[in-house]
Each structure stands twice: as structure tokens, then as C-alpha cells.
Design a protein around this ligand. Structure first.
Ligand code: LLP
Length: 430
């Protein structure tokens, strides 16, 4: 059951017309379907039910507290990459023993926060970081569970900006160097070697690169065992893709079967860090058409959302479907859908066939639940937009629209810039 559907030519999220939300909260806004979030998380979790596993949702894809809480209520854990994500996860009630901490640049304060919070483990990305985590744990008189993030050097066949497991990437430890780093880790006073980790990229539409990465990780585990170093957790990262346009990614069942088959009968707990596959198609961005600008060469549909709200099209040239919220029998035209920001790159679609839009029409930018709000900014001093969670025939604003006052929160004008009014006279141009 798809939860963004037309009923009588009107697009609904579950049982709520998107136009009604627009009327009540204004545009633009993100809307998420609770049923879709639950269905996707449940299907992914269920796909691995035959083996010992943990699904640690990757917070960077969608970090709204309510969204995290949906997964927490379903027994989910989290994959975090910053102190801020840890804070969100804990505030959403996710048990720290289900949280893994990835990322190449963990700061001391973040490491200490994670240690004090007693997270499950740190996915370590360099020998220096290992050293630092050991020092922090020593200072706090505790021990840190770690996995090394190994770079398996597998080509995921995805966009170069989002492939992370090839040897020229900044991520992880070269698999040849990993053995030495594991040996060093085993010697450290405040480190417990708990696992092995890799993440090869995002939006993968084939199982083969995952299987290849797993093969390489298994070889490494065997080498480590030869040295008397054993792991309890095998973290395979995230990366399973979704359909934005014509892509045909494997269903989580097929992905899980391929992994479980390759894994064989092993004593580890498998950790997975899915992001996009859970939330991507559980959210849309709803925007209003402000103007239709028809110049000789092109038609521009100027909408009230922009690249600061959803960066993916301008950043990666990513495709997002765009559909009218109210469908009527209008002819189609080919247009660019663009935002109000002062950059040529501020567009959601180029040369896209759409039903003719008019000022005041609502458009839904599809598949916007992952890396949508989380990558948004205040560029051009645009307040960030609200997030709405729909459950059946009700909806909840789970993040309010920012105000102009929010835009300058924390800013101040130092006193030397605030001359007394009489001083200002001297500055006036005669
Ligand atoms: N684990 C680690 C260590 C990661 O770096 C990532 C994503 C994930 C898990 C989750 O990957 P997913 O299942 O969502 O593919 N902003 C880009 C995507 C960047 C992905 C970064 N890492 C986009 O909008 O396409």
C-alpha cells in the first residue's frame, strides 16, 4: 500500500489531503507518512529476522525527533556521526546500547559525550582516532568498544559524491593497514575490540557490491582470528537505494538474502545502518507555484521552495519526481522548476514534462524524506520549513516553521559598531 496517493484527483498522505496541510501550515513544508516509515522499517528489520541483527537507522538521512521515535518504538537503534545526532537520538529515547558512532572526524568533546552515554561502539576511521578514543576513555576511567571501519575498495557504481568505499575515498582504513591497526587496538588499555565495519556508498541499486564488500570483510575476520582477535559485531553500513525515477533497487528481502547467504553460519551480530531506504519514499516536499515565467527559450515554474530546503537536485543533479497536488485535465508543458534563490543552480527539475502550472498551484516534490530537511540551510536568510508527520487522518507539526527571529538567534552586534547617535553625524556624507 502506497501512502501518497490520489483520491479524486487530489494527493493524500495517508488519509489527509496535502492541500489541507498547506492551508493550515502554509508552504513549503515536508510531510512524512507514519505508516510508510513503519512499513519500511518493519520490512527491513523483518528481512533479517533469521539472524542475530540490529537495524541502526542512519540519523543523517532524517533526524527529526518524531521520526527517530517511530523507529525507537519499533526497537530500532541508530547510526550517528556527531554529538548533535547523539543528542537527538537520546532525546528521542533510543537506548544508547543500540547506538553506533561513525564518521572520520570525531572531536574529543563528542567522543567523551558518547562514552559517558555508554553507546554500543565507535566505528573508528584512523589510527589517530583510535589513539584519541583510548585517551578519552582513559580520562573517563572507562573502556571504549570499537570497530574499525575498513575500506574494502569496492566500486558501488553510484554517484561519485556518495560512494565511500573505494581506496581513494577519505573514509575508513585501508584493508591492508587494518590488521596492524587491530593489533594496536588490542594492546590499548582502554579499548575493547568489538566489531568490524564498512560502508561502501549510498543509493546502490545492486546487491553485488555489498556481497563483494562482505567477502573482503570475512577474509579480514579470518586473518584477525588467526591473530587471536575476534569480533562480535559485523557492521555492513547502509546504502541500499530507492526508486526516484526508473531505478530498480532490490527489495530489502533480496538484499538480506544475498547478505545472509554470503555471511553463512557465523556467531556475529550483524549491524545495518540504512537511511534512505527507510525514509526516502516516506516523505514529500510540498511547494506552491509563485509564478510561471515564460521567456522565449524556456518556461520557468518558480516555486516557493528552494535549494536551501532540498539541496539534492542542485548538489547532485538528483532526480525527484514532481507531481501536482490537485490533478485536473490540463495539457502538459515542458518547464524548469526553480526556486527563488539567487543561484542558477537553484532548480528542482530541468526540461520536465508537467501538467501546466499556474500561480497558486501546489506541487509535491516526491521521495524527499531522506537527505531533505537534514541538508537544508538558511541560505538567502530563508527560515527553515516545517516538518509534518501524518498518521491516518491526523497530522502533527513535528518541527515548526522558523521565524525571522530564529534567523538571527545567537547573533549580536558588538558595542564598537554601536556608536551613540551623536557620533553618527560625523559619518554622514556631506
Ligand atoms: N552509514 C554510514 C557510515 C554513512 O556514511 C551513510 C550515508 C549511511 C550509513 C546511510 O546511507 P544510506 O542508507 O542512506 O544510503 N546526501 C547524499 C547521501 C549521503 C550519504 C552519506 N552516508 C544524498 O542526498 O544522496
Amino acid at each position: 500500500m502506497h501512502h501518497f496517493q490520489y483520491h479524486n484527483k487530489e494527493m493524500f498522505c495517508e488519509d489527509v489531503p496535502l492541500a489541507r496541510i498547506a492551508q493550515e501550515v502554509g508552504t513549503p513544508f515536508y510531510a512524512y507518512s507514519n505508516a510508510t516509515l513503519r512499513r519500511h522499517f518493519g520490512a527491513f528489520d523483518e528481512a533479517f529476522s533469521g539472524i542475530s541483527h540490529m537495524v541502526c537507522f542512519s540519523v543523517k538521512a532524517n533526524s527529526n525527533l518524531a521520526v527517530l521515535k517511530v523507529f525507537a518504538n519499533m526497537g530500532g537503534g541508530l547510526d550517528i556521526v556527531s554529538g548533535g545526532e547523539l543528542y537527538r537520538g537520546l532525546r528521542a529515547g533510543v537506548p544508547p546500547e543500540k547506538i553506533v558512532y561513525s564518521g572520520v572526524g570525531k572531536r574529543v568533546d563528542e567522543i567523551e559525550y558518547a562514552l559517558r552515554s555508554k553507546i554500543l561502539m565507535f566505528n573508528i576511521e584512523s589510527a589517530q582516532e583510535l589513539e584519541r578514543v583510548n585517551q578519552c576513555a582513559g580520562r573517563l576511567n572507562t573502556r571504549a568498544r570499537i570497530a574499525l571501519r575498513v575500506n574494502p575498495d569496492v566500486d558501488p557504481g553510484t554517484h561519485p559524491y556518495i560512494s565511500t568505499g573505494m581506496k581513494e575515498n577519505k573514509f575508513g582504513i585501508n584493508r591492508h593497514a587494518a590488521i596492524a591497526t587491530y593489533k594496536a587496538a588490542a594492546e590499548l588499555d582502554h579499548i575493547d575490540v568489538a566489531g568490524i565495519d564498512c560502508h561502501i556508498g549510498s543509493q546502490l541499486t545492486d546487491t553485488a557490491p555489498f556481497v563483494e564488500a562482505l567477502q573482503r570483510i570475512k577474509e579480514l575476520i579470518a586473518d584477525l582470528e588467526g591473530l587471536g582477535i575476534s569480533v562480535q559485531y559485523l557492521d555492513l553500513g547502509g546504502g541500499l537505494g530507492i526508486t526516484y525515477d526508473q531505478e530498480k533497487p532490490p527489495h530489502p528481502d533480496v538484499y538480506a538474502q544475498a547478505i545472509v547467504r554470503e555471511l553463512g553460519d557465523v556467531p556475529f551480530t550483524l549491524i545495518l545502518e540504512p537511511g534512505r531506504v527507510i525514509v526516502g519514499n516516506a516523505g514529500v516536499l510540498v511547494t506552491e507555484c509563485l509564478y510561471v515565467k515564460n521567456i522565449e527559450e524556456k518556461i520557468f515554474v518558480v516555486v516557493d521552495a528552494a535549494m536551501n530546503d532540498l539541496a539534492r537536485p542542485s548538489l547532485y543533479d538528483a532526480y525527484h519526481g514532481i507531481q501536482p497536488v490537485i490533478k485536473d485535465e490540463r495539457p502538459s508543458f515542458v518547464a524548469d522548476v526553480v526556486g527563488p534563490i539567487c543561484e542558477s543552480g537553484d532548480s528542482f527539475a530541468r526540461d520536465r514534462m508537467l501538467p501546466e502550472c499556474r500561480s497558486g498551484d501546489l506541487l509535491a516534490v516526491m521521495s524527499a524524506g531522506a537527505y531533505g530537511f537534514t541538508m537544508s540551510s538558511n541560505y538567502n536568510s530563508r527560515p527553515r520549513i516545517p516538518e509534518v508527520l501524518v498518521i491516518e487522518d491526523r497530522f502533527y507539526v513535528v518541527r515548526e516553521r522558523e521565524t525571522y527571529a530564529d534567523l538571527i538567534r545567537g547573533e549580536s552586534v558588538p558595542s564598537f559598531l554601536q556608536p551613540a547617535p551623536e557620533d553618527l553625524s560625523g559619518l554622514s556624507v556631506a
